[in-house]
Design a binder for this molecule. Sequence first.
Ligand code: PGA
Ligand code: ZN
Length: 405
Amino acid sequence: MEIRDVVLRPSYTSRGDETIEATVQVGSASATVTAPAGASTGETEVVHLPKGGFNTVIVNFDKSKLIGVDASDLKAVYEGLVKIGGSDRFEKIGGATAFSVSVASLVAEALASGRKIFSLIGLEPTIPYPLGNVLGGGKHAGPGSPDIQEFLASPVGAKNAFEAITLNILVHKEVRKEIEKKDPTFAGGKGDEGAWAAKLTDEEAFDIVRRAIDKVSKEHGVRIIMGVDMASSTLYENGVYNYARKGKKLTREEQLSYVEKIINDYDLKYVEDPFNEDDFESFAELTRSVKALIVGDDLYTTNYERLKKGAQIKAGNGVILKINQVGTVYQAKLFAELAHKNGYAVITSHRSGDVCEGYLADIAVGMGSALMKSGVVGGERISKLIRLARINEQEANIPLWRSTV
Ligand code: PGA
Ligand code: ZN
């Protein structure tokens, strides 16, 4: 159905970053969607907002290029936004505007036509397991917290999404108890994604999360895998990985051995961004040497051309999909399609600054994702998790992802 109107407003993410809210009217329905924003962003991501922020966006946003466009045609919406944004990098309006308008068009089309949001994407849907951030450091927490950005859990043995969400919440609670055993003065601080932010070394953090996961997994008889997002580009300086809080610098070779060691020592099944964002070769080498999901976030930035390059040498076996890294649902869909074709697991992800809307779940299902990455607690995280559980309850025919690790 045709887009009849688009209205933009300034808004904020959970972290207080300036962002864009779009209301798109399709037929007699309308939907409002707000863009999230990252902090540990990849070099090749599109810019969040142009210089001047909302004021620049509103001057540049010529909505006549979208009026009359068929909202069910993802490519047509993308093309309209490219005309307005100046190029497929959307430099005149930012990825935040491209995201909010393109997702709002999809949601409004679903409401107007009575179809499901995930089915409008046009890929084979899957119910992903939640991948939850339970303990954090790096750019999402303050000094004294671990160098590694995120310690993650995913109950891939759960019988449904709701059970998996519940188990991740239990792991999150258990991690707090373990931190308090180590540091009775722990004040309960959390990072941007609701993960505990404590004064811990990486090794202490690994021990704590491993113990918490093992306890919950054993008590409930459900397999829960452990993972990390190393966000290594944020550690990389002058050719070495600088673990500033630990006071250690690792060369590429030392980083490779270190990652292999933590995978073995802590039985990690998911490792995101273990190397700097341009080091495709090291991703490929690690993927050959271990049995775990090796996932590119800053490496790929949801960018089709980068994945085409990386897939040739099998750099990683999983990709993070964040629509606002690239702009629109259409571009993300092409990226997901290429990932599936090359045997990569798709992990659809929130951003560290996010909003209290649940559409990430609809998108994760529609992109055929293995995992949906988000925080475990906080309104902007719970909204996505509960939405995932409801889709799972309503769509008995859509299978849950079957773990390959
Ligand atoms: P971001 O980080 O949303 O701050 O970019 C999340 C991640 O690195 O996965
Ligand atoms: Zn990441």
